[in-house]
Design a protein around this ligand. Structure first.
Ligand SMILES: [Zn+2]
Length: 255
């Protein structure tokens, strides 16, 4: 079986096929117009260039792109590109992992922070409620004590007022005694007609012994010497003025 190999004229064959066909295809046009073509091994008219395998270091005179010894590509850039691509993929994957990991860590930190803030807020809220409750309790106690104090003050004032009224009634009674004695003396001396049985004094001109703010009070008194058939009394009229502050009083016969 005879398989055509190296002499195959197919352009896809990258095995060494240096020959006149390829040379003639390149044409003199390229080599004549540019000296950069001199650097191109495939355009070198002197023969296949000497290449050193980057992998196994074996030298070969070939225009092939791969080392005939080990098959490694002469084009180191390809290898580098491959390596670079792999490095890039590794770095990208590492970055993705790093970013995702950072995201997870940040998310956990955020969650922890939120939980801590919520716990702190709950604690603060409870403390605030407790303070408010205590303040309300204290306010209630103050109000209760103030009410009790006010009640005590009212009771004390009522007691004082009652005492004052009792004292005033005693003054009026003393006034009536004085008027009675005065009238009876006047009967004795013949200036009034007796018998004078009693004297009664009542507040005059809106004055009242109940009005504790008044300093003085005016009274109209009657020294009774006659009881009428209808039960009313008649007698001699006296007028009197009482000074509540110093418990003194004056009176005179007549209006
Ligand atoms: Zn090699």
């Amino acid at each position: 079986m005879n398989i055509p190999t190296v002499n195959d004229s197919s352009e896809d064959n990258i095995e060494p096929t240096y020959g006149p066909r390829r040379d003639s295809r390149s044409g003199p046009q390229n080599s004549a117009t540019s000296d950069t073509t001199a650097a191109d091994p495939e355009q070198n008219p002197e023969g296949p260039p000497t290449k050193v395998c980057p992998k196994c270091s074996v030298q070969n005179q070939t225009i092939g792109k791969f080392c005939p010894n080990c098959g490694a590509p002469y084009n180191a850039q390809r290898l580098r590109a491959k390596v670079n691509k792999r490095v890039f993929l590794i770095v990208a994957a590492a970055l993705i992992v790093l970013i995702a990991g950072t995201g997870v860590v940040l998310s956990i930190q955020h969650t922890n922070q939120v939980n801590a803030e919520q716990a702190a807020a709950a604690t603060a809220s409870e403390a605030e409620k407790k303070r408010e409750s205590e303040a309300a309790e204290a306010e209630k106690k103050r109000e209760s004590e103030a009410a009790a104090a006010a009640a005590r003050a009212t009771a004390a004032k009522q007691a004082a007022d009652a005492s004052k009224r009792k004292q005033r009634n005693a003054i009026v009674t003393a006034l009536e005694d004085s008027v009675l004695k005065d009238a009876q003396e006047r009967v004795t001396t013949g200036r009034l007609t007796g018998p004078i049985t009693l004297a009664s004094c009542t507040p005059l001109g809106g004055g009242s012994s109940d009005d504790l703010t008044a300093i003085t009070g005016t009274f109209q008194c009657i020294a009774v010497n006659k009881t009428n058939p209808d039960g009313s009394s008649s007698g001699y009229r006296f007028s009197a003025t009482v000074n509540w502050n110093d418990t003194s009083y004056t009176w005179h016969l007549g209006s």
